[in-house]
Design a protein around this ligand. Structure first.
Ligand SMILES: [Zn+2]
Ligand SMILES: [Zn+2]
Length: 271
């Protein structure tokens, strides 16, 4: 019962740190719903997202970039958007999850120490950003499970901005794509899958595994797919980013309007 009141931060930790593995085993993420010990061994969090029509019917979720695109992770916005959209698309290709980007609203990423009423009007279901978590190493990122017992910043994802990030493993960097796929799993209510031999190999294992080799190479393991489909049924969803072209058109129109206004004023002055 004590676990009910523990914040369910999900941790992704370094592969080769025994201390980190120990920390993961004792992390408060282990809030497991009754019946989670299923043959497939995947674990689900406290509450999945509502699905009024039942398994296999569409679920519509919004996402936004809180401060992810402010340069704090040292990656280009194009790469960060591509990694996010690929990660969302991976989950959406295995379950009827429809993700739509909206403009961000809400406080800067932080971890509230006290209960919080939950998402406020205008805030995306999944806000993605970064802040300093624990410095370089150990915890790379964390996500809050949806409908966490504290109704904190449900389903939000925070990257540790003290790490060196890249779009592929290697060179002392961590692959933002793998971490994004993993953390989104938490946002969708998947808990950590124990490492083999206790559990199965999964992106939802609690340790970073450098499994991918760059943008366009992400995949899920059978255990991850079994977990997401156990909660939401099989099917396919979609990812709908805010079209960048539309943004350009809007700005162009606004620019055009300002030119019109300036010309109008000049003519008035001339008159
Ligand atoms: Zn995790
Ligand atoms: Zn955080």
């Amino acid at each position: 019962m004590r676990h009910f009141f523990v914040p369910c931060i999900a941790l992704l930790i370094l592969f080769f740190s025994a201390a980190a593995v120990t920390a993961a085993l004792h992390a408060p993420v282990d809030i497991v719903a009754p019946g989670a010990e299923l043959p497939a061994e995947f674990k689900i969090g406290f509450f999945p997202w509502p699905q009024p029509g039942g398994p296999g019917t569409p679920i519509y979720l919004t996402y936004s970039y809180s401060n992810l695109l402010d340069g704090g992770l040292g990656l280009s916005n194009a790469d960060l958007r591509a990694a996010t959209e690929e990660a969302l698309g991976l989950w959406a290709s295995n379950a009827p999850l429809h993700f739509t980007e909206i403009a961000d609203a809400g406080l800067a990423p932080h971890d509230p120490p006290t209960p919080h009423p939950g998402k406020l009007p205008g805030e995306a279901d999944i806000r993605i950003g970064h802040h300093l978590i624990d410095g370089s190493g150990t915890i790379l990122a964390h996500a809050w499970l949806p409908f966490s017992p504290l109704h904190a910043i449900d389903a939000d994802i925070h990257f540790d901005n003290a790490e060196t990030w890249a779009t592929a493993p290697g060179g002392g960097s961590f692959d933002v794509l793998e971490v994004m796929v993993h953390e989104l799993g938490h946002s969708l209510a998947l808990d950590h899958e124990p490492l083999p031999p206790t559990g199965n190999t999964a992106i939802m294992n609690p340790v970073y595994s450098a499994s991918y080799s760059g943008l366009g190479t992400a995949f899920l393991h059978p255990d991850d797919i079994a977990g997401i489909q156990f909660m939401y049924g099989s099917g396919t969803g979609s990812v709908s980013p805010i079209p960048e072209a539309a943004s350009v058109v809007i700005w162009a129109l606004l620019g055009g309007l300002s030119v019109v206004v300036c010309r109008f004023r000049r003519r008035k002055q001339a008159a």
